[in-house]
Design a protein around this ligand. Sequence first.
Ligand code: SAM
Ligand code: SF4
Length: 345
Amino acid sequence: MQNVPLIDPFARPITYLRLSVTDRCDFRCTYCMSEAMQFLPRADLLTLEELDRLSSAFIDLGVRKLRITGGEPLVRKGIMTLFQSLSRHLDSGALEDLTLTTNGSQLARYAGDLAACGIRRVNVSLDTLDPEKFAAITRWGKLAPVLDGIAAAKTAGMRVKINAVALKGVNEDELHALTDWCAAQGHDLTFIEVMPMGEDMGDALRLGQYWPLTDVRARLAAHYGMTDLPLRTGGPARYVRLNATGQQIGFITPLTHNFCESCNRVRATCTGQLYMCLGQNDMADLRAPLRASADNAALTAAIRAAIARKPKGHDFDYSRAAAPAGNVTGKVSGQMPRHMSHTGG
Ligand code: SAM
Ligand code: SF4
């Protein structure tokens, strides 16, 4: 039983875990967090050893790709010990890919160590190359250290993918500048459609910032020429190649494209809650079985039971965002009350 791979009720093999290691962050991006975020008591968080045990249990069950995220993963104290211990699964061949999503603020400090742990790719979130806009979007962030971090990752030999949230009226005018910069630096680039997460972030503001990627795509195609790529990663991203620059561009369009049919992933929070779908509220507590005993039998059973109820698809829909005020069930309103920093994005 232990080594039977995880297959959900819709015959989708679950081979990808995204693990949030902290809900804390040194930025307060407007679309992600409120300025006065209430963070979890530290005692609720899984320890680094528990995060390792949880990840390793999933790897034993056939997970081949592990992405460490947050909050900001690189602000978690001692985080490099987790990367160092998890790298044994790369050495053994059990894990194909160990990677992280980061805001880049601490990357200059850690890039060399991350590369030494066998991390070959890093996703860095960067929506703008303009220092003032960067400060406005992230509230607390500074652009220069992030650019230094990206340069350090490249120097350390890691492939960098820039994740840019498409924000109407914010980075619309930088579409070509950001694309050209990534082409010149040799970074991959993926655009993300802003998602309705977190009930207290000002719906009007976020809905006003919604810039459909169909439009981003059309503008890139008109300027650079574009060829669709067959590449699929089991997630919401679709890829194209820009004819003029040769670079690969991804589009993550949870709202305009239904990607659920090939979903291969689940998300665990830093407190050990397993979310089977980013767009649904159902979750399974893995911390209790993890702490209940030193062996993994109860944990493995809890993981299997959770995967057995992975839903068919998500429930995001801006057209239903005008549902009754105060509704935070996420089901009726078409919005998710959780912040992205909770489930790790
Ligand atoms: N702090 C790290 C970072 O920013 O890369 C990792 C966690 S962050 C929650 C992961 C990704 O989610 C980032 O690329 C961020 O831009 C994205 N994100 C956060 N809130 C979002 C929202 N409401 N809609 C779309 N993407 C969002
Ligand atoms: Fe922090 Fe990342 Fe959320 Fe920005 S998107 S507030 S960097 S967790």
